[in-house]
Design a protein around this ligand. Sequence first.
Ligand SMILES: C[S@@+](CC[C@H](N)C(=O)[O-])C[C@H]1O[C@@H](n2cnc3c(N)ncnc32)[C@H](O)[C@@H]1O
Length: 268
Amino acid sequence: MLEARFSNWKNNPRKWRPGFVAKGIFSVLRQCYETCLEYPEEKRRLQLVAQTRQRLMTPPLEPEYVNILLDNEFADSVAQVKDLTCLDFARLANVWTLARTAGPGIYLEVGSFRGGTALHICNAIADRKAEFFCFDPFEKGGYEKLGELDKWFKPNDFTQTGFERVKGLLSSKPYAKVIQGYFPDAAEGLDLKNIAFCHLDVNTYDATQRSLEFLAPRLSSRGLIVIDDYGMTETPGVVKAVVEFLAIHPSFMLIPMFPVQAVLLPKS
Ligand SMILES: C[S@@+](CC[C@H](N)C(=O)[O-])C[C@H]1O[C@@H](n2cnc3c(N)ncnc32)[C@H](O)[C@@H]1O
């Protein structure tokens, strides 16, 4: 990790600016402190994995060719949501691009936690006047059912949020509705059809499986589902649910995406 930071610093044209150097030194010291003194064993193990994998990420991105980095609306949205979302920069870029690519219809998010990606999606489609619904148990969360593939999670994970708080966050979005409860049961009574886009971010087997079964027949012909955590070591239940879904529904196809997402869409 320190090696990667040093190389980022070396390649940065602002590397000798006093504010930049001071910020860098502070952040390295904080990282060392957290690693050595504060983190429990499991987090330190994960940090080691991250360090090893960081070294494998070569060749690096070439920012001069990545156009989304010049998209001010995207940059503003990322700045707005970065402390409210679990997604990294690459996944936020994928969600942004795909939300704008989807055909006409309504927009959904299943699994919204603090509302970061919900707001990001609303920002991406601000000029569409498309209805947007997001679902989460919020403070009453986190998971309705955990199975043997969901060992990474505990029933009351992701409760450090609030329904009213997320409603407030999206209050400037006239077409957005925040629904508290477990999907798909929480969608009962709503007329959800012609779905253009759904961001499905529920981490676990049962919630992914039930959500896909609900969403598939309601997707529009150019609709798509972006599945988060696809291929992540800690969420094998997501892959299992998707693989089973594809076996039962051969009219759908899956496109895995870097780093840990996939797009599910009708072959037609
Ligand atoms: C990783 S968090 C979502 C993060 C959010 N998309 C972001 O990055 O801004 C996963 C969320 O899914 C919620 N969840 C789990 N099962 C669900 C279900 N059946 N319906 C709706 N939300 C669910 C959890 O309570 C948790 O808040």
